[in-house]
Design a binder for this molecule. Structure first.
Ligand code: TEU
Ligand code: CA
Length: 601
């Protein structure tokens, strides 16, 4: 079944207004694990500064920094104690300003993590609220009376246990969707909202390009806080089901956007789970609340019904259908941000590839099909060298709060310690948080001290230094891949071209066309003028990958014009074989190719 280009009926591509961030490539840095320069075992801003040229050479335009604000690090900085201060562990505000200046010099942009659903229990607002539970600051949070000596409702937090924690010395409780050290902020309070907007604008004034917006779907509560049907052994109900029953988040998000981002032409990428039916346009359409949101649809395939212990393996066919369906839906409205992994997810190589493909060829193949999708690619640190999950030998090796909870959930469900460890080893967020493997030196060159989290045992085989020396490495391939995506000839088609799946019925093949589109309108801010027209009409690129164990032969639908990329064969050899007359394309196991084909039959 082939779907023809230009027949989606609602082809926004043609009418899309150019934005400065279209066509950019982003990279997520998890600062704690990136690079340590002072030997305390914790990555720091100096480490990031020293790798800007590395990122530039890779082809990165936008850097997302996971939280670097002052924090007690109960949830690795996603518990903010002061929105205006840099965590001492990472460095100083002067160093941050230097980072901003140095990225600007290289024509790169910084976006920060905006964690405003909750703060830390060490934040001044929360301390003041506890000191005076009837006072002004108590209303910055959700303080509610209990019911007959019980919490106000039966919600389970994302990290386990009740969402409600007693406010000492009162008959009240405060709400926390995440850890008890992360009290939720009351977005119904206009005074609190204004404080947050002032803070956002303060950072934008400094020169940030925008934000990645954390857990934002949680800001709108169902204020009745109704009890829900229990869904676990603990007798509690998942808190996100209360969020699902809340209405009116759009007004809050518009208020936020209007008072902040829209005044700075900022780029915003939101973390949105559990979106309601039909909300996509409202979130990322031309007038959407955000520039874009992450596409987590493939990641949701491994959501367990009860936790990580019953998380299903990702099957290729389901994965392919999920990615394709998401792309077809999203392009009607705007662009999404595409990831293989992030700091909350296991490594993609270990998750989305079959065992025989968990190698350099597989990492390149997965990178190819992901990076060339329609949307903004976000590369997560270490992905560009094919980092994979670590081997975990005991629960003590983990640091992550969610992993510790999921281990308990598994034990309570009757799993043995060994089985619970295996489940966590497969799904743990710490898989993505092990230090970046820079070299084959001690601690993978991440630190001269003791790393805060163990280094993956495979750092001697997989590291940046050795891949720099090997022209066939994953790293060199990622450079070529990003360069192709951003090349003057193909940038338009990879940015604005329509996504059209193909060979969907061929076993083990993931393939699609990116099809050039008509003229777009130039955004006044982009300075593109007439030259800003989307000049890719007539261009058609085929991206095809074989996830199977055996070679597959595909009947080509269009004559081949040019071989743009191949992860297994030398381009020249491929070009000899794939001439204008070629009828078939043979893909070896774990092979990905990118071909420009003749646009019209
Ligand atoms: O994550 C929000 C979130 O809902 C999921 O990522 C999920 O709860 C988590 O992965 C469970 O294992 C964001 C951040 O990305 C995450 O790192 C933070 O822990 C969380 O918000 C709280 O700020
Ligand atoms: Ca350090």
């Amino acid at each position: 079944m082939n779907r023809e280009a230009g027949k989606t009926g609602n082809n926004l591509t043609d009418a899309m207004t150019r934005k400065w961030w279209h066509g950019k490539v982003a990279y997520q840095i998890y600062p704690k694990s990136f690079l340590d320069t002072n030997g305390d075992g914790i990555g720091d801003l100096r480490g990031i500064l020293s790798k800007l040229d590395y990122l530039k050479e890779l082809g990165i335009d936008i850097i997302w920094l996971s939280p670097i604000y002052k924090s007690p690090f109960v949830d690795q900085g996603y518990d903010i104690a002061d929105y205006y201060a840099i965590a001492e562990e990472f460095g100083t505000m002067e160093e941050f300003d230097e980072l901003l200046a140095e990225t600007k010099k290289r024509d790169m942009h910084i976006i920060m993590d905006l964690v405003i659903n909750h703060c830390s229990d060490q934040h001044e607002w929360f301390r003041k609220a506890l000191a005076d539970p009837e006072g002004e600051y108590a209303d910055y949070f959700y303080f509610r009376k209990g019911k007959d000596g019980n919490p106000p409702s039966n919600y389970r937090s994302y990290f386990g246990g009740s969402c409600w924690e007693p406010v000492p010395g009162t008959d009240k409780y405060y709400l926390h969707m995440f850890a008890r050290e992360q009290p939720d902020l009351n977005w119904e309070n206009p005074g609190l909202r204004q404080e947050l907007y002032d803070m956002v604008n303060w950072w934008l004034e400094k020169g940030l390009a925008g934000f990645r917006i954390d857990a934002i779907i949680n800001i709108k509560k169902n204020l009745a806080f109704p009890d829900l049907e229990p869904d676990g052994r603990d007798g509690l109900a998942s808190c996100w089901r209360m969020i699902e029953s809340a209405r009116g988040i759009g007004e809050l998000l518009e208020d936020l956007k209007h008072h902040t981002f829209s005044q700075y032409d900022a780029f915003t990428v939101a973390e949105v789970f559990n979106m309601k039916e039909g909300e996509l346009e409202e979130f990322i359409g031309p007038e959407g609340h955000f520039s874009t949101i992450f596409d987590f649809s493939a990641h949701s395939l491994s959501d367990g019904e009860h936790g990580w212990y019953d998380a299903p393996e990702v099957e290729f066919e389901k994965w392919r259908k999920t990615v394709i369906d998401a792309q077809l839906e999203i392009q009607k409205y705007g662009m999404e941000a595409n990831i293989i992994e992030n700091h909350d997810e296991p490594r993609g190589v270990s998750r989305f590839l079959p065992a025989y493909a968990r190698n350099a060829a597989g990492a390149k193949m997965l990178g190819t099909v992901s990076v060339l999708l329609r949307g903004i690619p976000f590369i997560y640190q270490g992905q560009e060298i094919g980092m994979c999950n670590a081997e975990w030998n005991s629960i003590q090796e983990f640091d992550d709060i969610s992993t510790k909870d999921q281990y308990q959930v598994a034990i309570e469900a009757g799993l043995s310690e060994k089985e619970a460890l295996t489940a966590c080893g497969r799904m743990s967020r710490d898989n993505a948080r092990t230090p970046v493997q820079w070299s084959s030196q001690k601690n993978a060159g991440f630190t001269t001290g003791t790393p805060w989290l163990k280094v993956n045992d495979n750092y001697k085989e997989i590291n940046v230094e050795s891949q720099e020396e090997d022209p066939d490495s994953v790293l060199h391939y990622y450079r070529k891949l990003l360069a192709l995506r951003k090349s003057p000839e193909y940038k338009e088609v990879f940015t604005y071209g329509e996504f059209v799946p193909v060979y969907e019925d061929t076993e083990s093949i993931m393939a699609y066309y990116r099809v050039g589109c008509g003229e777009g309108t130039a955004d006044a801010g982009s300075g593109a003028g007439a030259a800003g027209r989307m000049g890719c009409a007539g261009t058609r690129v085929l991206v095809a990958a074989n996830f199977g164990r055996e070679a597959v032969s595909l009947q080509l639908e269009y004559p081949v014009k040019k071989v743009l990329l191949s992860n297994r064969t030398k381009l020249s050899a491929r070009a000899e074989e794939l001439t204008l007359q070629a009828q078939t394309l043979i893909l070896e196991s774990c092979e990905a190719v990118v071909l420009e084909v003749v646009g019209d039959k």
